[in-house]
Design a protein around this ligand. Sequence first.
Ligand SMILES: [Zn+2]
Length: 251
Amino acid sequence: MFILYLLVFIFGTIIGSFLNVVIYRLPRNESLVYPPSHCTKCKNELKPYDLVPILSYMILKGRCRYCGDKISIRYPIVELITGLIYLILFIYFGISIKSLSYAFLASLLIVITFIDIEHKIIPNKIILTGLIAGAIFRVLMFNYGVWDYIVGFFLGGGVLLLISLLSGGGMGGGDIKLMALIGLFIGWKLTISTLFIAVLLGAVGGIILIVLKIKTRKDYIPFGPYISAACIISILYGYDLLNLYIKLIRG
Ligand SMILES: [Zn+2]
């Protein structure tokens, strides 16, 4: 079993390595496949042994083999997070079309999180990719029903759209589209759980960032990372949290 866990983790880190390429190139409108991976400073093409997820970064102590330029810590972090999330999804859902759909969604969320932190945008290309994939997964997973997910789509997008209208544009259009996309993947119940947790994380995270003086009250704080984290938590614990909540309000 351990070997299987290790293989799933390694597979996740390899996907993470590709997500790093997407995170860097997509906002810069560069091709995802050409040219091959290279140092962004000295342009030297990276050899396979420079591209081993996590390990290459550690062995090279975070510097380019050719010019010594610092490599962003984001690379090993994204690889590690992707590996861990794939492993956890495998432990929870086994190898199934469901875990595959969650792994796909998680990969999109990782890309969105890191692009949103750096560029403060959620690219439409990613949302569109997600919507198409989500629709295909819904067809493949027809035995799970369809209405839960259609309701999730409109509920997720609708609630944030409403908040945006009421707050006079405090919520970005990207966040609204992202939440609709999530609803399509996880259904309306987990969408409610995601919304609650995202608001909670956003409030706590916002206060911490302001107290630590990383951001001021006037700064734009991207909400995409909070929605993404809340979605992953909901996939794993959403039903437990909803049941706990129902128990609490019933006394
Ligand atoms: Zn270099």
